[in-house]
Design a binder for this molecule. Sequence first.
Ligand code: UFG
Length: 321
Amino acid sequence: MRVLVTGGAGYIGSTAVAILLERGYEVNVLDDCSTGHADAVSAQAKFVNGSILDIGAVSNALKGCDAVIHFAAKSLVGESVEKPDLYEDVNVNGTRILLAEMAKAGVRKLVFSSTAATYGEPEVIPITEDSLNKPTSPYGTTKLAVDQMITAESKSGLAAISLRYFNVAGAFESKSGWLAERHDPETHLIPNLLRATAQKPLKVFGNDWPTKDGTCIRDYVHVVDLIDAHILALENLEVSNHKIINLGSGGGYSVTEVIDGAAKVIGREIPAELASRRSGDPAVLIADISKAKSLLGWSPKRNIEDMVGDTWKSQNASTGN
Ligand code: UFG
């Protein structure tokens, strides 16, 4: 099977490309490298350097493909509040173009990178896929709009699964080296805490949240487990059917617990200081992953120590392909 991976030069997308290739799939990649890195794309993939908004590039990238895994998107909650039009354009209009070109090319299989941000501030924990969708950011709103667009498209034959990620972390060591998380700016907790120094300590965004130790609780899932779920999704698509499935671990860690756990993994204290709450942060996000277990036969195999340890190794290794 040949799979188009949109956003295949990004952190999660490039990991998907490497794992797909190692499992014997053929891969095309479409990425404009606005946030991704061309050197993260395996040389074995056919790489189209172009935007999801460029109809010609999308149609070229789809050539010979049987299915699409769609990661290409703007994905920062804070940035989406500042630039809602950019998020509407890339995430919603980009996917509209992709779906139209897939229909023209007769490609009727899609796995979509959705997000827990579609749920907003949850009323019940753990969060099931039936929870209310009340996104609190343009990022979540645009991803929800895409999920709805895909549901509509499934009525005309598309076989689709949207995977709603909780907090993705860790890294993959491909045959040609570690594929590290390389965001600029980096906003995520685990890569940030591993870079903290006495001069530039990690900022802990609030210790007065309604949780056991006052810091926010999140559900962390290893990027390799996450990609395993994408491949299972790819193999379990059903014609004219759109499923929405949460991907997390089913448990949560507070920011303080992640810091303490990371200190044990790397064998030194993590310099940290208290900062004010970050706007848009919900107190607790934990996934109910029973649907992923029952529909895909998936459950995560790697724990928080693996996520911290692999991120640490990837940051200390030269990235390459
Ligand atoms: N945090 C800090 N200091 C930092 C970075 C993060 O205290 O320097 C805290 C945050 O306040 C939050 C937790 O660590 O409580 C995790 O923050 P991340 O930035 O790592 O991740 P988010 O929970 O904000 O968001 C991630 C993805 C979103 C996705 C969401 C779903 O980036 O795309 O998980 O759970 F929607």
